[in-house]
Design a binder for this molecule. Structure first.
Ligand SMILES: [Zn+2]
Length: 159
């Protein structure tokens, strides 16, 4: 295999592992908004499905939301629940939209030990859709960095 094929094979294997790992805890937990896999596939773009429902990760620096500077809020691409205010967005330099605090009662977290790392996974409280991870190297006032996949969010400018 050449490098590209190796990467692709590796990525799909990791994706499979991630999906397997999370399929039980995340989706058996029961969320207020639940849909069948077919319904989610019909509702979401392939890229959003991969992140939200299969715990994928979008490529860094690919989301148009990285550069979104307007006032407004970021809602779940799966169920429209408002998740983050533009007031908590900051430039992390990671290539993913980053926030120091979610809106109240917007997200849930769980420990993620995939890929040999111990991270805290962040998902939508209402539909369970995977959003990204939270790290403790963020700015004041919380010191947290919610590292989000832009494809799992939709921006609504303030009226
Ligand atoms: Zn949601």
């Amino acid at each position: 295999m050449n490098r590209r094929q190796t990467l692709r094979a590796g990525a799909s294997l990791l994706g499979l592992l991630a999906a397997t790992r999370f399929a039980v805890p995340a989706f058996a937990a029961g969320f207020p908004v639940e849909r069948s896999e077919a319904e989610w596939r019909a509702l979401l773009s392939p890229a959003a499905y991969k992140v939200l429902r299969e715990h994928g990760t979008e490529r860094a620096h690919t989301s148009p939301l990285n550069g979104e500077k307007r006032a407004g809020r970021f809602v779940c691409a799966g169920c429209d629940l408002p998740l983050f205010s533009s007031q908590t967005k900051f430039e992390s330099g990671t290539g993913w939209p980053s926030f120091f605090e979610p809106l109240p009662d917007a997200v849930g977290t769980q420990v993620d030990t995939a890929y040999g790392m111990r991270r805290t996974e962040v998902h939508c409280r209402r539909c369970g859709g995977h959003l990204g991870h939270v790290f403790d190297d963020g700015p004041r006032p919380t010191g947290l960095r919610y590292c989000m996949n832009g494809v799992s969010l939709r921006f609504e400018p303030a009226a």
